[in-house]
Design a protein around this ligand. Structure first.
Ligand code: CAA
Length: 388
């Protein structure tokens, strides 16, 4: 790793090194097994929690490591470099779930619902998407109707990352559908209550150890004290939280790109063809040069977004475009670099004997979830044109 010439703090270096050691020693050896079986890696996730990786920016009083966003992206890159599935679970816990409750929750909600997730004892999730409402998130149909001191929730949510195993999740549902996005409200859901019904786990191309499912709400009763923010604030909460989430996804894209690149450099030095190492051929050299350049550019954008998010803690300014640019560029870099790394490895890149084909499959999701590349371009263009 090189990266922008910033002096990292002692804490930032420590969490990065902790994440790197854990990832290389404990995740790399099991990553292929979890990819093959699609099992949820509960034990490694629990250990990551004990190391402080599940609530990196969460204050100590709520069980977190109390570090900053740069620390978060450094750690995320290291975990993703070993396995994107593990980093996906980490990303949802940290930035979609904990960040959402820390930013918009009451002190009681933070104590009860952040502490067990930040410490890795329990799993959190975030549930916005529906079968017919994805990029157009404001068109959701799930309904929450106030009845006394409860909201009765009915609806169907899809593509819930960590849904099959989550203990708690943040759910978005319509309290006033006639107001469209201004009628969306957020709720903290306990998944062991009646009316919470999990659908089948999705079989996926990549990130196969990150469990994903549909969830049906059938007269689920959510106490009023579990409403997150005010009625009608849900869409802004969803978007604000996704801004943070997109920086995490960019970092996991960077991690997998880096893993593929390092493997490609090693192979280019070792593998011989036509009497010399293939790295001696200009065709391979130019691929490696472009891979390295894109990786470093992605890292700059990610660090810029992380620093923008840090600044926003004091200024309150949005960092929406910085996050979208980081996610857009890093995820397209991940796809491009992993594809080139497979190509450089030839037949071995296509074989399950090496992790290259897994990197390639895992990289694809970063261009899709938490806002597709097309949505990131839309967000950036609206910013450029002053259409916010
Ligand atoms: N921060 C704060 N507020 C925001 C915001 C942001 N980043 N983006 C928009 N808003 C506000 C706007 O200011 C506007 O407020 P007012 O009503 O007060 O004017 C309101 O939200 C509506 O904004 P838009 O008119 O821009 O809304 P839109 O309907 O055109 O949608 C969008 C904008 C960017 C397309 C948005 O819908 C979007 O990001 N879509 C993609 C959704 C997405 O990423 N889904 C992935 C879900 S999570 C997942 O992948 C699975 C998982 O488990 C990890």
């Amino acid at each position: 790793m090189t990266g922008p010439n910033l002096d990292l703090t002692e804490e930032q270096r420590m969490i990065r090194d902790t994440a790197r050691d854990f990832a290389q020693n404990e995740i790399v050896p099991v990553a292929a097994h979890f990819d093959e079986t699609g099992e949820f890696p509960r034990e490694t996730i629990r250990k990551m929690g004990a190391l402080g990786l599940m609530g990196i920016e969460v204050p100590e009083e709520y069980g977190g490591a109390a570090l900053d966003t740069l620390a978060y992206v450094l750690a995320m890159e290291e975990i993703a470099k070993a396995d994107v599935s593990h980093s996906t679970i980490m990303s949802v816990n940290n930035s979609l779930y904990c960040h959402g409750i820390l930013k918009f929750g009451t002190a009681e909600q933070k104590k009860k619902y952040v502490t067990p997730i930040a410490s890795g004892q329990k799993i959190g999730a975030y549930s916005l998407t529906e079968p017919m409402s994805g990029s157009d998130a404001g068109t959701m149909k799930s309904r929450a109707v106030r009845e006394g001191d409860c909201y009765v929730i009915n609806g169907r949510k899809s593509w819930v990352t960590s849904g099959p195993v989550a203990d708690y999740l943040i759910l978005f549902a319509m309290t006033q559908p006639e107001l469209k996005h201004k009628g969306v409200t957020a709720f903290i859901i306990e998944t062991d209550q009646p009316g919470f019904i999990r659908g089948k786990t999705e079989p996926k191309l990549g990130i196969r150890a990150s469990a994903t499912c549909e969830i049906v709400y059938d007269n689920y009763r959510c106490p009023v004290e579990n409403r997150l923010g005010q009625e009608g604030e849900g869409f802004k909460i969803a978007m604000t939280v996704l801004d943070a989430g997109r920086i995490g996804i960019a970092s996991q894209a960077l991690g997998v790109a880096e893993a593929a690149f390092e493997a490609a450099v090693k192979y280019a030095k070792e593998r011989e063809a036509f009497g010399q190492a293939i790295g001696q051929f200009q065709g391979i050299q130019w691929m490696l040069a472009d891979m390295k350049t894109r990786i470093e550019a992605a890292r700059w954008l990610i660090w810029n977004a992380a620093l923008s998010k840090e600044r926003s803690k004091h200024t309150g300014e949005r960092y929406t475009e910085a996050a979208s640019m980081a996610k857009l560029f890093a995820s397209e870099t991940a796809m491009w670099v992993t594809e080139k790394a497979v190509q450089i490895h030839g037949g071995m890149g296509y074989s399950k004997e090496l992790p290259l084909e897994r990197y390639f499959r895992d990289a694809k999701i970063t261009e899709i979830y938490e806002g597709t590349s097309e949505i990131q371009r839309l967000v950036i263009a609206r910013g450029v044109l002053g259409m916010k």
